[in-house]
Design a protein around this ligand. Structure first.
Ligand code: ZN
Length: 237
């Protein structure tokens, strides 16, 4: 039996995704409004003052690029958000490994541990979406066949989902979700990695997305990362 990935069909999830993505990527926003160009968000990406913040230099590099005389002002983040391709995560049966829904650190971990590799090869993308709290999973590395792509897989619920549950699921998608998934796509980082993975050869700072956004406590949940992006006014609350 073939494992497939299914493009996101017209419907409430796609409508909502397009709406919140367009809010994130609009550029005619003043600096006192929430957005990637807001004064608070730009200083969050640019400040390298706090030596405990292991993500700071990586945030600055992503936001402004290598040339201080010609800063990017977050444009690559907006561009990537605009080019993510939507798929139906709940109906996609191809494996996380084949879909590239793994992190750079997973690749290193799998290269040294056949059990990790098999687990990623055996876990279908749809498995994460059995959890109704799960919003999205994002391709963070190229597919094993080398096929590029910026896929984002969204939760559409099961085939018999009640309308009220579907409404709840749709409303969970926010501009913050899109920014969070865009950062996975750009950085190749997972939400958090185990301490044992941090010590593997080839794995280095910033280790994971929670560190990238300046959170230091271990095992923060996906939603806490998104909340941090809201608190820094990179997206509306
Ligand atoms: Zn995440």
């Amino acid at each position: 039996m073939g494992h497939t990935r299914i493009a996101l069909q017209d419907g409430p999830v796609l409508d909502r995704y397009v709406t919140v993505r367009d809010i994130l990527t609009q550029t005619n926003v003043s600096a006192d409004q929430p957005g990637l160009a807001s004064s608070q968000c730009s200083s969050f990406f640019r400040s390298t003052q706090d030596s405990n913040d292991l993500g700071a230099t990586f945030r600055k590099a992503l936001y402004d690029g290598p040339d201080p005389a010609n800063p990017w002002n977050g444009q690559p983040i907006l561009d990537r958000a605009a080019s993510l391709q939507t798929f139906d995560g709940s109906q996609t049966t191809e494996s996380r490994w084949v879909a590239g829904v793994v992190s750079r650190e997973d690749l290193i971990s799998a290269a040294g541990n056949p059990r990790v590799l098999r687990a990623l090869q055996n876990e279908p993308v749809c498995q994460a979406f059995l959890n109704p709290q799960a919003r999205a999973s994002t391709q963070s590395v190229p597919r094993p066949d080398g096929q590029p792509g910026f896929a984002v897989f969204l939760n559409t619920g099961n085939a018999h989902i009640k309308q009220s549950d579907l409404d709840t699921l749709v409303l969970r998608l926010t501009p913050g979700t899109v920014l969070h998934e865009t950062l996975h796509s750009l950085t190749g980082l997972a939400d958090d990695v185990e301490p044992s993975v941090k010590t593997l050869t080839g794995v280095g700072q910033p280790y994971d997305l929670q560190t990238f956004v300046g959170l230091v406590s271990a095992n923060v949940s996906s939603i806490v990362i998104t909340k941090q992006l809201m608190e820094k006014r990179c997206v509306a609350q």
